[in-house]
Write a protein that binds this ligand. Structure first.
Ligand SMILES: [Zn+2]
Length: 386
């Protein structure tokens, strides 16, 4: 019966900002927001001082960190990632698999399932994002083209039957891939268009069939041309689609981030990192599956020069999107927490801090650097040099 009280000078929520309030949480769930302290004896008391208290960030597309990757399929990999992400304000995430032989994806998903029941040191695992192998080789990016394949019902049903998949990225212009949409929806798996060469009309048809999200908008997809608006144009135009954005100023120019923000608004823009194992480390040679990846000035590229994931953290993404768009912190928090949570159907208990929601909290200073991270009412990260 753990009780937590957080004294907030400023509580920044997706749609409002509250001053001088107290968040009360019991057993990891917010019970009330009050203006009086009333700290019960035995409660853990956190005074956020002059900092800003926000809902913890939710990263729905992230591969690795600190020399570890989801595809390592080891408990240490997910534990390391979980602790690292927490130090950047992330309170929950979807470890993301990539195109690989079936046995390797099976192993990665089984490991995620095992770690969800065991629990992790930092950010909580909400499930898996399966990125590939049902993609289009024309837009493979750093996904291995030789292993990209059309959707196979026996294969993906086995993955869905594990009960942990929450998001799958597919190229739905390929008939077998579009044919899996109904099965995914029945299994409660959200579907993102990505690594796709769909033209505008095809993409719009896929959105009508149940694709509700777009993986790293503008990257690994047919771009926007004024006579053929492409996959990217369809994503910008369709209000039923949440656009993931890697806001690192490398994958998309800040000017394009601003265009996406204006088209989608914060309610349909989900900040992601798409981070790979080099995040948290310096420049050098790293791995993405069997491929060597060179990281130079924080940019990760394959031998052929394709961008291969990022070295972005979500707190930096928040600062970058504010710089690119001039949006409010409320909107930034919407894009880092509320929209991603809703996009994978966790909007009833994640991504906001109101009664009934999980006590997942990030505390940021004026420069929006993470000072403290709380997951399920438990402090999992505290900045040391303050
Ligand atoms: Zn990815």
């Amino acid at each position: 019966m753990a009780t937590l009280v957080i004294k907030c000078g400023t509580l920044v929520l997706p749609k409002e900002t509250l001053s001088n309030v107290f968040i009360h949480a019991q057993d990891g769930v917010v019970t009330q927001i009050t203006s009086n302290a009333d700290v019960p004896s035995g409660a853990v008391f956190v005074d956020a001082g002059a900092n800003k208290v926000v809902p913890g960030f939710v990263d729905i597309h992230v591969h690795g960190a600190l020399d570890h990757d989801t595809m390592d399929a080891t408990p240490e990999a997910l534990d390391t990632m979980s602790a690292f992400f927490a130090s950047h304000g992330v309170t929950s995430f979807l470890p993301t698999t990539m195109t690989a032989p079936r046995a390797e994806i099976d192993a990665a998903l089984l490991n995620i399932k095992m770690m969800m029941s065991r629990g992790t040191a930092g950010a909580q695992i909400l499930g898996a994002h399966i990125e590939g192998p049902y993609l289009n080789v024309k837009q493979c990016g750093a996904q291995l083209p030789d292993l990209i394949r059309p959707a196979n019902r026996e294969e993906y049903c086995a993955w869905f039957d594990m009960g942990i998949a929450r998001l799958i990225t597919i190229a739905p212009e390929i008939t077998a891939n579009a044919d899996m949409i109904d099965d995914a929806l029945l299994a409660n798996v959200a579907i993102a268009i990505g690594h796709s060469d769909a033209d505008y009309a095809t993409a719009q048809r896929c959105f009508m069939r149940g694709v509700t999200q777009a993986t790293h908008t503008f990257n690994g997809m047919r771009g926007l041309h004024h006579r053929e608006p492409g996959t990217a144009g369809a994503i910008l135009a369709n209000d039923n689609v949440v656009a993931q954005v890697i806001a690192d100023n490398v994958h998309v120019h800040p000017g394009v981030m601003n265009i996406i923000y204006k088209c989608k608004t914060a309610d349909r823009l989900a900040l992601i990192t798409d981070a790979m194992e080099a995040v948290g480390l310096g420049d050098g040679i790293y791995k993405l599956g069997p491929q060597d990846i060179t990281v130079h000035n924080g940019e990760a590229r394959t031998k052929s020069g394709s961008l291969a994931g990022s070295t972005l953290t979500l707190d930096t993404a928040v600062r970058n999107i504010i710089a690119a768009t001039g949006c409010s912190l409320n909107d930034a928090v919407t894009m880092s927490s509320w929209t991603p949570a809703r996009s994978i159907k966790f909007g009833d208990h994640k991504g906001n801090l109101i009664p009934g929601y999980d006590a997942d909290v990030a505390i940021l200073n004026d420069a929006l650097q993470v000072q403290k991270t709380i997951v399920g009412g438990r402090v999992v990260y505290e900045r040391k040099d303050v």
